[in-house]
Design a protein around this ligand. Structure first.
Ligand SMILES: *[C@@H]1O[C@H](CO)[C@@H](O)[C@H](O)[C@H]1NC(C)=O
Ligand SMILES: *[C@@H]1O[C@H](CO)[C@@H](O)[C@H](O)[C@H]1NC(C)=O
Ligand SMILES: *[C@@H]1O[C@H](CO)[C@@H](O)[C@H](O)[C@H]1NC(C)=O
Ligand SMILES: *[C@@H]1O[C@H](CO)[C@@H](O)[C@H](O)[C@H]1NC(C)=O
Ligand SMILES: *[C@@H]1O[C@H](CO)[C@@H](O)[C@H](O)[C@H]1NC(C)=O
Ligand SMILES: *[C@@H]1O[C@H](CO)[C@@H](O)[C@H](O)[C@H]1NC(C)=O
Length: 449
């Protein structure tokens, strides 16, 4: 009898301490659930600087039981999309990264029950219910003193449309919605009220990474970034033979590109342009309309361009990335002028060295044309930033193997870092096709031209 009571007491206390320490976790389902289909549950996990790794499962009816949920602080909701396999998203650490960046309430919206089904259209139908649920929750937050303008919703894929519907329920008074590769299938061609659009929040910023498959094609926000043109991402498999990642790699890349800006790994300017081809050709580097601020920096900090962007028309903004983090590239404008009489077509590879580090840019999206005494302007996008350039190497190739090797005599080559702006030059460089020529750059003499 005594032992029995002792055991019960022991069990109760362990149960109690476990409960106190138990962290709310994102629902983990599997393919079996997906086959049967799941019915909607909306779980809200709160992370703050007091509990940045241990989520608190929030009540939908009573906020007074969550003292760590401070309505005077900004609140960021992160909303995932369709989950065909039921597994949690790999980027759940986003809440920790947001908290490292800013003191806020970071709320992970877990609607895995609902998003997990083989039937995509069923998940699409569920989005309206999720948005109504979140709307009721945010109304309750308002009753506790939260302001709509301090709310930021980060929506991934279908989660971006959910955020848009919540925003529309509040007539666009929510502070900001960030759409990360907003879902395309069954939303492309839909009218604005049935999808994310710029009227859904005070500021709507969107990243496109998979416009040819799972992502939305057209601009949806006050600013729309098209990474690497928006369709195919470097480092992602190009064929279906690479297995499952083929389907989601481009789509998921949107989150990782955004995360690199949350932790300030990357500052990547994006340039407004009518097409990716024109951007790659260096035709869209003019940022005058943004004044001293320059063209918008992609990601978390683009909010600083809000006032200016609200006055401009919807347009596509382009930048390119590396295959892995750090994703950011370093852009240079390159102009060359040649001496040879006949014109030349070809591709240029440039390397920059500072003694330790090497950065490479290959300008090969199309053959560049070089003509006598005519400036050929190119955009060179280096995989990293070399601070003080000591040596430069250039290689020219025509891509033709059957014809005799060509030469290209450069009267002048000028490299201008788009941020630092102090140009580097070299005069009279003879390039033999497929042979790297290395030189030390000189300050540019304006008197030459
Ligand atoms: C939101 O969803 C939760 C769990 O699925 C539920 O308990 C709650 O009542 C819902 N809220 C509304 C307003 O429907
Ligand atoms: C809400 O939670 C607080 C703290 O746990 C509790 O004191 C209060 O009675 C609850 N209110 C309702 C209406 O359940
Ligand atoms: C809530 O946040 C505000 C602003 O950061 C702070 O001044 C206040 O002390 C916080 N309240 C509590 C109870 O922590
Ligand atoms: C949004 O606007 C409609 C129509 O003007 C109004 O009925 C509704 O109450 C507004 N909702 C909010 C949350 O302000
Ligand atoms: C920023 O986050 C990415 C992961 O998304 C990581 O690879 C990178 O190392 C982080 N950078 C810093 C400076 O913490
Ligand atoms: C181009 O110019 C270089 C240097 O003047 C010369 O050696 C070369 O033969 C020229 N090539 C052609 C095809 O004109």
């Amino acid at each position: 009898m005594f032992l029995w009571r002792y055991l019960t007491l022991l069990l109760l206390t362990t149960a109690h301490t476990c409960k106190a320490k138990k962290c709310g976790r994102f629902t983990d389902l599997h393919l079996g659930h997906s086959f049967i289909g799941t019915s909607l549950k909306v779980r809200l996990l709160l992370y703050t600087r007091h509990n940045d790794v241990c989520g608190v499962l929030l009540s939908h009816t009573n906020l007074t039981q969550h003292p760590q949920f401070n309505m005077s602080k900004p609140t960021t909701f992160v909303v995932h999309g369709y989950r065909p396999t039921g597994s949690p998203p790999v980027w759940l650490y986003i809440t920790k990264m947001l908290l490292d960046r800013e003191d806020m309430n970071a709320i992970l919206v877990d609607w895995n029950h609902g998003a997990t089904t083989l039937d995509y259209l069923r998940a699409v139908k569920t989005t309206r219910k999720v948005s109504d649920n979140l709307t009721a929750f945010i109304k309750m937050m308002q009753d506790h003193g939260a302001s709509l303008s301090s709310i930021h919703m980060i929506g991934v894929s279908l989660g971006a449309h959910i955020s848009g519907m919540v925003g529309a329920n509040f007539n666009g008074s929510i502070g900001r919605i960030t759409g990360l590769d907003v879902a395309g299938p069954s939303f492309n061609n839909k009218p604005p009220e049935d999808r994310l659009d710029p009227t859904d929040a005070q500021f709507v910023d969107v990243l496109h990474t998979d416009t040819d498959a799972l992502g939305f094609r057209e601009p949806l926000g006050h600013i729309d970034f098209y990474a690497n043109g928006g369709a195919d991402q470097p480092g992602c498999p190009k064929t279906i033979f690479s297995g499952g990642s083929y389907f989601k790699c481009d789509h998921q890349k949107s989150v990782f590109l955004f995360l690199d800006t949350v932790n300030r790994t990357c500052f990547t300017r994006a340039y407004p342009c009518s097409s990716y081809e024109d951007f790659l050709a260096g035709k869209c580097l003019n940022c005058d309309r943004f004044g001293d601020a320059g063209c918008p920096i992609f990601g978390y900090d683009v909010i600083q361009w809000k006032d200016k962007l609200l006055k401009l028309n919807q347009e596509k903004y382009f930048f390119t990335t590396n295959a892995d983090s750090p994703y950011c590239k370093t852009n240079y404008k390159v102009d060359v002028m040649i001496w040879n009489k006949s014109e030349r077509w070809g591709y240029i590879t440039i390397k920059l060295f500072d003694g330790n580090k090497e950065a490479v840019a290959t300008i090969d999206h199309e053959a560049s044309e070089f003509r006598k005494f005519t400036e050929t302007k190119m955009l060179a996008q280096f995989d990293s930033d070399v601070q003080s350039v000591k040596k430069v190497s250039i290689m020219f190739t025509t891509g033709q193997v059957l014809q005799p090797k060509r030469t290209l005599r450069l009267l002048r080559v000028r490299l201008t870092h788009l941020e630092v702006k102090k140009p580097l030059c070299r005069y009279d460089v003879l390039l033999q096709e497929n042979t790297e020529v290395t030189f030390s750059p000189l300050p540019c003499e304006e008197s030459h031209f």
